[in-house]
Design a protein around this ligand. Structure first.
Ligand code: KIV
Ligand code: ZN
Length: 530
């Protein structure tokens, strides 16, 4: 990373907003511990700025920004605010212990936002923005100003706003295409216009923040960079509001792979791209589409005979990136039960997993079970096992011990479950349902009794073949809010060669998250708890 926290002519700062805009994806809500884990992974990845949350928006967001500010030393930590004192006070307090804090404030600049959302005039909106920057400057030196919906704004007004907020002390000006409306040519011209028409622009870094409503977010971000932007606002896997944000891995790899064209550097450790992508997918429950550039399961798969032939003769005939350079697995590497602890440990290290002894032992036992059923365990199976066994960042109140399902075309689907609860007590119950998964969920409900609505259920084969490990991802919505706002949604995932076992694990995972979130909310309401 650029240790000064300032962009130079040939470096581009990477501003990661996975924890703020990314977490706004429906159902992606993360606990404070999960956000902290992700922040550590982003620091390891080498992002320059972590937008850790929107502190005024909920006690959970405030806590997350505070904990990340206390722990993360290698990045600027940023908190989002609207252009008002209450929001800025909350962000300043949450960021207090960050070594390099940044407040990100701003408001709309398009007429549609000024009229219909802010119910004000251009002049009043400008004055409110300037006052917000001046107020934020009382707490931190580094103030970033966002001009929401700049993509649809009158450029002359945008230039006026930018000049005024820079004069008031903004160090970074963020030009968002909030609705993903512009084309790369238009967005590039917008940034060029800012460079040419804002007299004091040399005193600030230009940042670009593009949404993907028309699938042009990455192209627009790069067009912004070509025309003078030196900060890119991105999320891992491109998650975010609606169709998402510009994807970190796409922007970084475009800049790196086409250095000959862009002539620019970032501080990202690209070998961490794939492991961080997996972590984000697992924590948010948002699966990565198989054909997603850089991190999708098929990004480096060659299926046509002609392509396979070419790649076997010379990899670069059909690959512009070596999968190993971005930490993506080489699926050809197969392990079996005979590989032993040493072989497994070696392969896990190659994949970038740093497990302690207890975690390794859990993974090894699961690996043996899968190897017993499957004979050949490839990288994707291993990833599913590690995600299932290790990457849990909340207290697991309930654990699945045993499940038995009976079903068929002439029988009533029935499930029996045995679950270990708090204090090690074991509960056993059974129920029937409209199908085997329904029966499993009903039986679990009889034990755990946590009211919720199942809103999504998906099964994906992690590997090919009849003996593949299946990964189940589900989303449940709590029947009531946990910390005052809306009814939260929790995702859960489970992997096993038996889909019923994977389904039960996924459901218990999501229920445990719901229970942990309620406990966290109760603790943050309790006056005795710091
Ligand atoms: O898309 C957008 O305009 C935003 C701002 C809050 C920066 O996310
Ligand atoms: Zn956004």
């Amino acid at each position: 990373m650029n240790t000064t926290g300032m962009s130079t002519q040939n470096t581009v700062m990477v501003f990661d907003t996975t924890l703020r805009d990314g977490e706004q994806s429906p159902g992606a809500a993360l606990s404070v511990d999960e956000k902290l884990e992700l922040a550590r992974a982003l620091e390891g990845l080498g992002v320059d700025i972590i937008e850790a949350g929107f502190p005024i928006s909920s006690p959970g967001d405030f806590q997350a920004v505070k904990r990340i500010s206390q722990e993360i030393r290698g990045c600027i930590v940023c908190g989002l605010t609207r252009a008002n004192r209450g929001d800025i006070d909350a962000a300043a307090e949450a960021l207090e212990e960050a070594p390099r804090p940044r407040i990100h404030t701003g408001l709309g600049v398009s007429d549609v936002h000024i009229r219909h959302k802010l119910h004000t005039t251009r002049d009043e909106a400008l004055e409110r923005g300037v006052n917000a920057v001046k107020y934020a400057k009382k707490f931190v030196e580094d103030v970033q100003y966002f001009t929401e919906d700049a993509g649809r704004a009158d450029p002359a007004y945008l230039h006026r706003v930018l000049q005024a907020v820079i004069a008031a002390g903004a160090t970074v000006v963020n030009i968002p295409d909030t609705t993903g409306y512009t084309t790369p040519e238009e967005f590039g011209a917008l940034i060029r216009g800012v460079c040419e028409n804002v007299p004091n622009i040399h005193r600030a870094t230009i940042s670009v923040h593009c949404h993907n409503d028309l699938g042009m977010a990455t192209a627009n971000t790069l067009a912004g960079v070509v025309n003078g932007a030196r900060q890119v606002e991105v999320t891992v896997n491109g998650i975010g509001e609606r169709a998402g944000n510009s994807s970190l891995e796409e922007v970084v790899m475009a800049l790196g792979t086409r250095r000959d064209f862009f002539g620019l550097e970032t501080g990202i450790s690209v070998r961490r791209l794939y492991p961080v992508s997996r972590l984000v997918s697992q924590l948010t429950g948002i699966t990565v589409q198989p054909n997603k550039a850089i991190v999708g399961a098929n990004a480096f798969a060659h299926s046509s005979g002609i392509h396979q032939d070419g790649v076997l003769k010379e990899r670069t005939t059909y690959e512009i990136i070596n999968p190993r350079d971005v930490g993506a697995p080489d699926s050809a590497i197969i392990l079996s039960a005979r590989s032993g602890r040493h072989g497994l440990r070696h392969r896990l290290a190659e994949l970038g997993y740093a497990l302690d002894e207890a975690q390794f032992e859990k993974v090894y036992q699961r690996f043996l079970e899968v190897a017993d059923k499957k004979k050949a365990v490839d990288t994707r199976d291993l990833e599913a096992i590690v995600e299932d066994e290790v990457q849990v960042f909340f207290e697991e109140t309930f654990q699945l011990e045993h499940i038995q399902v009976s079903c068929g075309n002439r029988s009533i689907p029935t499930a029996t479950v045995r679950i270990q609860g708090p204090d090690g007590q074991t509960f056993c119950d059974a129920d029937h349902g409209s199908g085997p998964v329904d029966a499993v969920y009903r039986a679990i409900n009889r034990v755990i009794g946590e009211e919720n609505e199942l809103i999504e259920f998906s099964v994906e084969a992690v590997t090919e073949g009849i003996d593949a490990v299946g990964r189940v991802t589900i989303r449940i919505q709590a029947n009531e809010p946990v910390d005052g706002g809306e009814r939260p949604v929790f995702s859960g995932h489970g992997a096993d060669t038996d889909i019923m076992v994977a389904s039960a694990k996924a459901y218990i995972f999501a229920l445990n998250r719901l229970i942990a979130a309620r406990r966290e909310a109760q603790m943050s309401r309790s006056p005795d708890c710091g």
